[in-house]
Ligand binder design. Structure first.
Ligand code: CUA
Length: 268
């Protein structure tokens, strides 16, 4: 059979076009690493988010090495937490769910961009190499204040990042002549041990104690304070660990000072 030369050219050209179309679609679906939302993250009852192990206390968790997990709850019209801090050179998996209607979670300037559907947990992983600041936006119309629904993702230098939390328990007042204890609790959210120093400043004295807080654990430090070393009245104190501090006031009262407290005025 004799095929005309022009006919041959057109057959080949249309073949090339078809193959080209298929290649483009395949690349678009697989190449840039864009995934459709699926049920990888699992289901969740949107009315019981506070009872869910992952979302009861949303925030940043260290998994190990440079891997982190971030849980976020979306609701009209905010994210909890609204500000997220992670270290540079990290691989972060986001788990996001909604308490009410459909929102989205989009880290502007990255390919983290997902719908957030009540009842579903959206999961996606991204790498953050350099310190930077990103905005987080809701791209899904979700009501009157949709345009105000935003958050922040701060990628800080690795050596400025930790997951330390300090809480302090202390009495408000002691009787003159007595001792009291100021208890500092240091929580370490990283998987590695934390070696640090906890210090207490009160009146004109400073007490220090070196501690090793185990990875994913906490450590209590007790400081004994003797009222004899303090002035009568209010004494400000500050407990410091690394960049964290908490402060309060301890009043040293004499017993007469106590009794004057019930001297109510007799106006009728
Ligand atoms: Cu949430 Cu728009």
């Amino acid at each position: 059979m004799n095929i005309h030369t022009y006919e041959k050219v057109w057959i080949v050209a249309s073949m090339v076009l078809i193959v080209g179309f298929i290649a483009t679609i395949t690349y678009g679906a697989v190449g840039p690493g864009i995934a459709m939302i699926d049920d990888d993250g699992g289901d969740i009852n949107p009315d019981k988010i506070n009872d869910d192990e992952r979302f009861a206390e949303p925030g940043v968790e260290h998994v190990g090495g440079n891997e982190y997990e971030v849980t976020v709850v979306a609701q009209a019209w905010s994210y909890t937490p609204s500000e997220i801090e992670i270290p540079a050179n990290s691989e972060v998996t986001f788990y996001v769910t909604s308490r009410d209607v459909t929102h989205s979670f989009s880290v502007v300037g990255t390919n983290v961009n997902t719908m957030v559907v009540p009842g579903q947990v959206s999961e996606m992983t991204a790498k953050f190499d350099e310190p930077d600041e990103y905005g987080i936006l809701c791209n899904e119309y979700c009501g009157e204040f949709h345009h105000t629904m935003e958050g922040k993702l701060n990628v800080v230098p690795e050596d400025e990042f930790d997951l330390t939390e300090l809480s302090v328990e202390a009495d408000d007042e002691i009787d003159a002549g007595n001792e009291t204890t100021i208890t500092a609790n240091v929580e370490n959210g990283m998987q590695e041990d934390l070696e640090t120093t906890v210090s207490l400043e009160i009146g004109n004295q400073t007490q220090e104690e070196d501690v090793t807080v185990p990875g994913d654990g906490s450590e209590e430090v007790e400081f004994t304070v003797d009222s004899a070393d303090l002035g009568e009245g209010d004494n400000d104190w500050t407990v410091t660990v690394d960049d964290y501090e908490e402060s309060g006031t301890l009043s040293v009262v004499t017993s007469e000072g106590n009794e004057s407290a019930d001297g109510g005025d007799g106006d009728a």
